[in-house]
Design a protein around this ligand. Structure first.
Ligand SMILES: [Zn+2]
Length: 481
């Protein structure tokens, strides 16, 4: 069991992250370079993310289906920008069952093409629209520089694919799902995000417009945490997805796609984590409450354990219970257990020792406030209400802390020189004319890119931070993962 200390985040943020993922047993390196094994603790976190999103997808009228892992190579070639964008990252199967295949098969990097092909068979009339399908699955992109959860050859995600009768409906869907992602990130992940549009050069290969939710990580770099795309009629034309409208005219559909992946686990780690380890948002944490019994001998144990059993019974109420774990390991000390669960980011710890038993108390320790500050005591009764209150407080508190961090590290530069300084340790919020030359200039000078053009604009107009031309859009520039 790992006991050696993590590097501090200040000292080496990248190494802190790499070691934390391994030590907290979220994931491990696979024998194939760049692949990831998601361990049970990490998968439990992903399952909670899945449930939180899936609930929202269903409420907004979507259904789930499953499409194949293999896509004929010729499908990808049908949409020019799409194939150009994805070609360098493709894994291609040329042999099946010992025989050379007539047509190479691509291991899906994303499923617009195969789903577009199927939609052209299923959609005939305006009565068939809209089609609102999501799939949960895995995809493969042959990345060169990889990092667990953030960028791996194979990753898990959901991809929604919808088809609509009008451009307006498809644009509305694109924003609806962006808002679903933002709502999930903020309210369940406690990750403050800024929803906005991607610049031309940052958009999805094959999209007319891409939108994103951007989050600031603990080292002030930006992370794209979810995206949705308005695909116009690009894929409808490539795959001949047409329908007879109310006037009996044949029309191409308008499509969208949207995805959020296991990358979001990286966002949670880097938004909330501290030098002791993970800090998980209560709504998504695999274990919300850990109970640590404290005793030195059998006599104390016989006092403490019945109370522990009672706590467990109170908190695992079938209707309103919590995800709780009792750490009754005999071979390690309570102090070791405290560190272990802090490393794993369990939001709330309940300690119960002989003193607490005699006082009819339990001790609470909040993960987000290590040490004395996060300690409190409460009666052994009505634990459901006490724990619910504590978890709600933690959920709000880590969100507000992350939001305050982003705000204190976001600045408005008055000129390009100032922008360059700001980018070293934060985000710059500046007017941008929209020209690619100005974007490239910033990228070349600072490695920062326009992360998003926020939906919510301050209004008015200003001068492009690079060329000085008139601009009506303010943009976040940052270095990104
Ligand atoms: Zn400009």
């Amino acid at each position: 069991m790992p006991t050696d200390k993590l590097p501090s985040r200040k000292e080496d943020f990248a190494e802190w992250y790499n070691q934390l993922v391994i030590k907290a047993e979220l994931a491990d390196y696979a024998p194939v370079r760049g692949c990831m094994v998601v361990r049970p603790y990490g998968w439990a976190l992903w399952e909670n993310i899945q449930q939180a999103l899936d609930r929202r997808f269903k409420v907004t009228g979507h259904v789930n289906a499953a499409f194949p892992l293999f896509i004929p190579m010729s499908f990808l070639e049908k949409e020019k920008e799409h194939v150009e964008g994805f070609s360098p990252e493709l894994a291609i199967v040329t042999i099946g069952g010992g025989e050379k295949l007539e047509e190479p098969l691509v291991v899906r990097p994303t499923s617009e093409t195969i789903i577009g092909y199927m939609y052209s068979k299923w959609i005939k009339s305006y009565r068939d629209l809209p089609v609102l399908i999501n799939q949960w699955g895995n995809v493969v992109r042959w990345e060169l520089r990889t990092k667990l959860f953030l960028r791996t050859l194979e990753f898990y995600w959901q991809e929604g694919h919808t088809a609509h009768a009008t451009s307006q409906e498809a644009e509305e869907e694109t924003l609806r799902m962006l808002n679903v992602y933002a709502d999930f990130a903020i309210n369940d992940g406690a990750v403050p995000v800024i929803p906005g549009y991607k610049s031309e050069s940052e958009k999805f290969a094959g999209a007319v417009r891409s939108t994103t939710i951007e989050a600031m990580m603990g080292d002030t770099r930006a992370l794209q945490a979810g995206t949705s795309h308005f695909l116009g009629q690009n894929f409808a034309k490539a795959f001949d997805i047409r329908f007879l409208d109310r006037n009996n005219d044949l029309q191409y559909v308008w499509t969208t796609s949207w995805g959020l992946s296991t990358r979001f686990i990286g966002a949670i780690i880097m938004t909330h984590g501290d030098d002791q380890g993970l800090v998980l948002p209560p709504k998504l944490a695999p274990i919300q409450v850990v109970v640590v019994p404290i005793y030195k001998n059998d006599e104390e144990k016989s006092l403490v354990m019945p109370v522990v059993e009672d706590i467990k019974r109170q908190l695992t109420d079938i209707n309103q219970g919590f995800r709780i774990h009792v750490d009754n390991r005999e071979e390690v000390t309570p102090g070791f257990k405290f560190n272990d669960w802090e490393l794993r980011g369990v939001p709330l710890r309940i300690e119960i020792g002989p003193k607490d038993v005699s006082k009819d108390n339990v001790a609470f320790a909040r993960r987000d406030l290590p040490g004395k500050e996060g300690k409190s005591f409460g009666p052994q009764t009505q634990l459901l209400a006490q724990v619910a209150e504590a978890l709600m407080t933690i959920q709000a508190s880590i969100h507000n802390r992350a939001l305050a961090f982003r705000e204190s590290n976001t600045h408005e530069p008055k000129d390009l020189e100032e922008l360059k300084t700001i980018i070293q340790s934060g985000w710059a919020f500046a007017w941008w004319c929209g020209k690619v030359e100005c974007e490239t200039r910033i990228k070349d000078d600072t490695k920062a890119t326009p992360r998003c053009i926020p939906l919510e604009q301050p209004g008015g107009e200003g001068k492009c931070i690079v060329c000085g031309e008139r601009s009506t859009q303010k943009v976040y520039f940052a270095r990104a993962y």
